[in-house]
Design a protein around this ligand. Sequence first.
Ligand code: DGT
Ligand code: CA
Ligand code: CA
Length: 569
Amino acid sequence: MSNSDVAEILYRMAVLSQFLDENAFVTRAYQKAARNIESLDSDIRKVAVNSRLKTIPGVGQAIAGTITEILKTGTCERYEEMKSMVPADIFRMLGVTGVGPKTVRLVHKNLGIATLDDLEKAAIGHRLQKLPGMGVKQEQKILRTIRRSKDMGRRIPLGVAIPIAEYVVKYLKGCPHAGNVTVTGSMRRHRETVGDIDLIASSDDPESVIAAFTTMPGVADVIGSGTMKASVILRGVQIDLRIVDRSSFGSLLQHFTGSKEHNIRLRELAIKNGMKLSEYGITDQKTGTLLPCGTEEEVYQRLGLPFIVPELREDRGEIEAAIAGNLPDLVTLADIKGDLHIHSTWSDGANTISELADAAIGMGYEYICVTDHSRARGIAGGLNEEALIEKMVEIERINDSMDDFTVLTGSEVDIRSDGTLDYDNHVLEMLDIVIAAVHSGFSQDKRTMTSRIVRAIENEHVDILAHPTGRLLGERVGYEVDIDRVIAVAAETETAIEINASPSRLDLNDINARKASDSGVMLAIGTDAHYLDGLRYMGSGVHLARGAWLEPCDLLNTKSVEAILRWAG
Ligand code: DGT
Ligand code: CA
Ligand code: CA
């Protein structure tokens, strides 16, 4: 029990005593004691051992007893008693602004509602409006506040947000009065998660576009609606739309794309040069005339800068680089010659190697590396040595039948909990590309996990370390690992690190991928596709690589088959 643990319980006791209509003096006493314990310099346990609790301001005989009890048992009788008298989920319910103690008491007493979810359900089922002092309006307001508070603080993985944005953009483009419709904000910068979806559209009749937007099929709530902008909730995601005059489309697009940090720096730069940059255009400070920019290129040009692509606009050195004329020559999808991480029917993939090869040829690739799981991956149907040899025979047959395309034999080999690999070295030797990955034992502590991964990549046969942090966006934070150390060892051992392009992974992320590249580590984009459609995630991987400032030479995927095999040696 730390000082803040004890303080937390006292704060909660204050809330409960208020809720139970106890003497206001009692509530204040809990609050005061909690505050003073929180700001105490010494450890509360030591203070208690020395029987000096009462020297803490606000702590009298009664509260000293409470603290002693909390330190001994982790809770106290009075706290448990108060909790039994109130709805179970009271702290969450009261945490929603707009849901006060009065409402919680009313719904608890009349409907037995004890959780936020039940309160939401009751509002949906119109059971609140009949309660004394309530009505249709109050019920709707409660529902809105609950939903908004649930959505707040929750960032949406880019892969989840993109299809929603695509739906809305398509719908708006179908409106007779909508011109240019464009995604802006963090989504246009291809951040891994987005807070909301920002759109802008040009129009000769803004009000009709706004009306169409707010009545679009699927809209669950209209948060705000004006003549030139509106915000709605659709499939749990907030969508902001701004209508703009065609003449200043570029100015608003630049402003709304952000990031805020990038924009602030640009504004400073503008001021230095006697200009004022806004979402409407650029004002000459001397003459006071506002020049709207029709295109984004114009905005940067007038500021005396080369165009900076959205993926770089994070104030991570792009403005300095632009001024100095050495912005990176970023990799593009056209530079990608092959996908380095794919699963086939040999393990847990849905498609045969031939089907994957055909699809890859259709995408203009020169090769794919089929990396089925190794044998320990029971659930994923990992290959044992015999099956692997059979697979190699099949790949040879496929390669013999094709002229300008190569299937490389790879494997996503499991890194065991001690850092050894799931295939013996003589098996690893047979493979063109060995990808090593952690799939189990995520709860290992940071030191153990780091040395486990380091040991794996120190194996000379390992070419690529896959999804290095193990995170799943919106689901799992990943295991604890000293990524800087992993990057340093990868540089020493000339092991590439993967940018896993699967929308739920995007691992490494842009910051770490840039760090790896700066440390001399080669990056390798893999879609981790388990079915044909998964191959198209290469685009997300390339956007991520661009956000990491990567040029074609920083990626394995831009090399020819011969160069890759030489590199893997
Ligand atoms: P998000 O939604 O949290 O993923 O991140 P953004 O970047 O999409 O942020 P959002 O939706 O709040 O605002 C969209 C853009 O509007 C933002 O990237 C830059 C611009 N913006 C918003 N607030 C400010 C501001 O206070 N100053 C400046 N210069 N630009 C701002
Ligand atoms: Ca946004
Ligand atoms: Ca926004």
